[in-house]
Design a protein around this ligand. Structure first.
Ligand code: IVH
Length: 669
């Protein structure tokens, strides 16, 4: 057996050799040894690290195989905000961008770098003293998800920076993506296992990276292209983008070679046109060109807006189009209950991705394009958006089928469908399985049942594991089933059950809001509770009665009556009550309030009370405050220096109150 000292030396040597071959293979595309010889080196290193666990290191090539699964992806705050890019498909807009920069920089020429816009997942990699310490997804730009163990498995990501000296801190931004060959292979394997497969390489890359188990990430041949140094300390910052790309290469990153220094915008536009042609032959997806001011000084001079830098522009490619036949039209139901007609297509390859479905957005779109089963259509796929039907193509002499019309019943739950503008909605609400997760989320939210500890993740797994199939099931939950969920132990399960029990005591207004009736937000729910005082009375109200309530229009009224006339919804409500949910009527209903039905307008400066207070007092007493005077106004409260509202009140014969008279009208607080 080797002693510690010589093991250390041997390990260092092996790591160096493996790294060199990694670089030759994954970065330089110029392998020098056979796969078998490489595997042998790796195995030797693994054995040694196993025998001398003290000598293991986070940046050892053996760490590329992935780590044991984690329970969640923790949040990671970025060192620098990860901005997004302005984008266009028009060369003229690129010229306008150039003009803005030239004007801001007071020069007649700005030098740019143009490079591919990679269609993958943007990542921030942080290196401390040369060591990769964190990798995070973009998230909301400020905070992303920590995917470090996963990113360590990507061979083109250096685990430690090459070339001396290493900066003390460096944040690198780039794109992780799955090359097309890897994507097709992955989808083939998934299809064989009966799994649906990914719609495009971008989703596949995101799926591979957002794994809890980094061994799965390791099994997918991801690549990482670096394109920006976001922050650098303890080493000189390159003065230009070209210099930065050279520095990144020196540190061991993979840079795509399709990039060009452009003396002006026309060269960049030209580069875009040439790359559009080269695109089809590329082994990975790009969706345009990013044009960036090359000089760091220019960048600093023009700065950034809140979401995107002023010094860069994405000049995207036109979406890819293809022609195929519609085999049928299906209707999908989204999480909001919105019905979407989808054309089921004869599968067609659109720029390397097989497309067999394309959206028709809504009934109006469907009608305008007049697409019917059997028709020939042009479809379009732009980046990662769902393919869409662009237009129908006339086929001479073809006999067409009947026009397609939207179903009257929800294809998922059978509830009546309601048209609203261009869209159609299922009225099943809480009782429609397609809307279940979202419905429960809303049900448990702050303004509704406010169930502490019942978050999105928990709800999703509960529905997926069929622990709950309706909101009423929440009140039938058993501890045993809760313990099946990730992250639930005895204590947290008890806490959740208690929170659910506590929530049964609920104000009527919150209960109504929790039902998720379309167009019924917290405010309207409050009005309904106040006006009717009981759930039965709300459920029995006619549309006519409802529109009689101030602030309730015909749309809201139709949603309310629609909801309660749906058998499934009534059953759900009954079930909730049967589980012991007890909506508490408001202490006072509208009829008891002194100012119900009265409309107030304030004008001039009020003494002794602010506008906001005055308004609040009136509303709390059931009255309404309007900003303009009409014959329907009951009172105009005039302070000093009243304006035209006062004159109008006098003209219309509306009662005018002084501020003292107004205050006298209000009961003591
Ligand atoms: S630069 C502040 N360069 O495109 C600098 N972004 O649509 C912003 N992207 O979120 C990024 N290729 O994820 C830059 N060569 C490239 C890029 C690129 C792809 C992504 C990036 C960004 C998105 C904006």
């Amino acid at each position: 057996m080797m002693d510690g000292k010589s093991a250390e030396k041997k390990i260092a040597k092996l790591r160096e050799r493996i790294e060199r071959h990694d670089r030759l293979y994954y970065i330089d595309n110029n392998p020098k040894i056979s796969d078998a010889a490489y595997d042998e080196l790796l195995r030797e290193l693994e054995d040694l690290e196993e025998a001398f666990p003290d000598l293991a290191a986070d940046d050892s090539p053996t760490k590329r195989v992935g780590a044991p699964p984690r329970s969640s992806l923790p949040p990671a705050v970025h060192l620098m905000p990860m901005l997004s890019l302005d984008s266009t498909t028009s060369a003229d807009e690129a010229r306008a961008f150039d003009e803005r920069l030239r004007k801001a920089l007071e020069r007649d020429r700005v030098a740019y770098t143009a490079e591919p816009k990679f269609d993958g997942l943007s990542l921030e990699l942080v290196y401390e003293n040369g060591l990769l310490i964190r990798a995070a997804t973009r998230g909301d730009g400020t905070t992303g998800e920590d995917v470090t163990p996963n990113v360590r498995t990507i061979r083109s990501v250096p685990l430690h920076l090459q070339g001396a000296p290493a900066p003390s801190l460096m944040s690198v931004r780039g794109e992780a993506l799955l090359p097309l060959a890897g994507f097709r292979e992955l989808n083939r394997r998934m299809t064989e296992r009966g799994e649906p497969g990914f719609a495009n390489p971008r989703n596949a890359a995101a799926g591979a990276l957002r794994q809890l188990d980094s061994r799965i990430t390791a099994s997918r041949p991801l690549k990482f292209f670096a394109y920006e140094i976001m922050k650098i300390e303890g080493a000189p910052a390159p003065a230009s983008h070209a210099g930065e790309l050279a520095a990144l290469t020196g540190h061991g990153f993979l840079i795509d070679y399709h990039w060009k220094e452009c003396a002006g915008i026309e060269e960049a536009i030209d580069f875009h046109a040439r790359l559009a042609e080269a695109r089809e032959a590329l082994p990975f997806e790009i969706d345009g060109v990013v044009i960036k001011a090359d000089s760091k000084r220019d960048r600093a001079a023009v700065g950034a807006r809140s979401r995107s830098p002023r010094w860069a522009l994405a000049l995207k490619f036109e979406p890819r189009r293809e022609i195929t036949d519609v085999e049928d039209i299906a209707v999908g139901v989204g999480r909001t209950g919105k019905l979407t007609p989808v054309a089921l297509l004869k599968p067609v390859d659109v720029g390397g991705v097989t497309v067999s479905r394309a959206t028709l957005h809504n009934a109006r779109d469907l009608e305008r394009k007049d697409v019917r089963p059997g028709d020939r259509v042009r479809i379009e796929r732009a980046g990662d958006v769902i393919p869409a039907v662009v237009e129908r193509i006339e086929v001479a002499g073809q006999k067409r089928s009947e026009p397609f019309s939207m179903p009257e019943q929800c294809p998922v739950c059978g509830s009546p469908v309601e048209a609203e503008g261009a869209n159609h909605y299922c009225t099943g609400g809480l009782s429609c399985p397609a809307q279940l997760k979202r419905g429960i989320m809303h049900f448990a939210s702050k303004g509704a049942f406010d169930i502490e500890g019942l978050g999105e993740k928990t709800i999703e797994s509960m529905v997926d594991l069929e622990i709950i199939g309706s909101v009423a099931d929440l009140f039938r939950l058993e501890e045993e089933r809760l313990l099946e969920l990730e992250g639930f132990a005895g204590k947290s399960a008890d806490n959740l059950l208690e929170a659910i029990e506590r929530s049964k005591e609920i104000a009527l207004s919150r209960f109504i809001y929790a039902l998720g009736i379309r167009n019924v937000g917290e405010h309207v729910a409050g009005l309904l509770a106040l006006h009717y005082g009981s759930l039965d009375a709300v459920a029995a109200a006619s549309a006519d009665e409802l529109t009689g309530i101030h602030e309730i229009g015909p749309e809201v009224a139709a949603s309310v009556t629609g909801f309660f006339s749906n058998e499934r919804n009534r059953k759900t409500v009954d079930d909730l009550l049967a589980q012991g949910v007890a909506p508490r009527p408001p202490e006072r209903t509208a009829a008891d309030l002194p100012l119900t039905g009265k409309t107030f307008v304030f004008t001039g400066s009020l003494e002794g009370i602010t506008r906001g207070e005055a308004k609040g007092r009136v509303q709390a007493l059931g009255g309404r405050v309007s900003s303009s005077v009409s014959a329907k106004t009951d009172y105009v409260v005039a302070g000093s220096d009243p304006g035209s509202k006062y004159e109008k009140a006098v003209r219309l014969g509306v009662t005018v109150l002084s501020i003292d008279e107004f205050l006298a009208l209000l009961p003591e607080e």
